[in-house]
Write a protein that binds this ligand. Structure first.
Ligand SMILES: [Zn+2]
Length: 315
């Protein structure tokens, strides 16, 4: 880490905090859209950790994780630097949508283009050129989709030792092997020699306190492991999920889960049911494997084929 970090011509020295506003674009009203970047630097040299949330604009648990850390004393560092972007996809955030107004997924638009591309590729370009060169590691906070909630989990490339080291230091409930998706932020960072792990927890447009607390505590454990702060909570060891798949509805109707997200289930255990709306018929759903419920559908009205339970099989 250099003595001076320079973002958009703003120089931030050791022991300084700053907010830099990256100018992204304008709304159709010509209102300027800025991407605020919060920088916290310890007096002493050390690693640079990036915290990003709301790449998908409606996935707001990460915003709350970062906000709570910014207002308590979490970011008073012994050494190193935190660079925090609580809302990366400002456009999706103000529309309460995952994507940008043109339907582009920011997390499939990296590394982006300076000019001539979509708005998503412009945001991606700014991230890759103004932020990524300064960092060593990152945590990118996401949630499940609408009405589908994820139990707190870190997704990373399990056969990359550095990825696994970071995941184990975070110590979430579950560590899930996840390949690098083409044109994702995580992949573009990886190709620039930077390590970003993804935290998934909760569902879109809803705060989940368990997810928020696990996100904060895991981030603090990773910061402690990096020597940035002097203490953190101790976690139980993570369950490593080697494979997972969604169990889908085999008929339409009203779905009820008999278990909670995070629960361990046995093969052939009844874990839910689908009824008609009037109480005339009931069909039970059995788990096809022994595993853990890492994701769960919270919407009772289902069509045949809808995803109900994301079941992970441990190593
Ligand atoms: Zn997401």
């Amino acid at each position: 880490m250099p003595e001076i970090i320079e973002i958009y011509n703003k120089k931030i020295g050791l022991g300084e905090n700053a907010v830099v506003k990256l100018n992204i674009a304008r709304l159709p009203t010509h209102t300027l859209i800025d991407l605020p970047v919060y920088i916290y630097r310890a007096p002493q040299d050390g690693p640079v950790l990036l915290l990003t949330a709301c790449l998908h604009g409606d996935e707001i648990n990460g915003l709350e994780i970062i906000r709570r850390m910014m207002i308590d004393s979490s970011l008073k560092l012994l050494k190193g630097t935190i660079i925090a972007l609580p809302i990366v996809n400002v456009f999706g955030f103000i529309h309460l949508t995952r994507d940008l107004p043109d339907g582009k997924d920011l997390n499939r638009s990296f590394p982006g283009r300076k000019d001539g591309g979509s708005l998503a590729s412009r945001v991606a370009y700014v991230m890759m050129n103004e932020i990524i060169p300064h960092i060593d590691y990152g945590i990118d906070f996401h949630t499940g989709g609408a009405s589908r909630t994820n139990y707190p989990q870190i997704r990373c490339v399990a056969d990359d030792p550095k990825n696994m080291e970071l995941a184990r230091a975070f110590a979430p409930s579950f560590i899930i092997n996840a390949k690098l998706i083409a044109k994702s932020f995580r992949r573009a960072a990886y190709e620039s020699g930077k390590y970003i792990i993804v935290y998934e927890g909760g569902e879109s447009l809803r705060f989940d306190d368990l997810v928020i607390r696990e996100g904060i505590e895991g981030t603090q454990r990773l910061m402690h492991w990096l020597g940035m702060i002097n203490s953190s909570s101790v976690a139980e060891s993570s369950v490593y999920i080697k494979s997972s798949s969604w169990l889908r509805a085999r008929r339409s109707g009203i779905f009820r889960s008999h278990i909670n997200y995070g629960d361990q289930v046995k093969k052939n255990e009844i874990i839910g049911s689908i009824t008609d709306p009037y109480g005339e018929s009931e069909f039970f759903i059995k788990s096809p494997v022994t595993g853990y419920i890492i994701g769960l559908n919270n919407l009772p009205v289902v069509n045949r084929g809808d995803a109900l339970f994301h079941i992970g099989v441990a190593e």
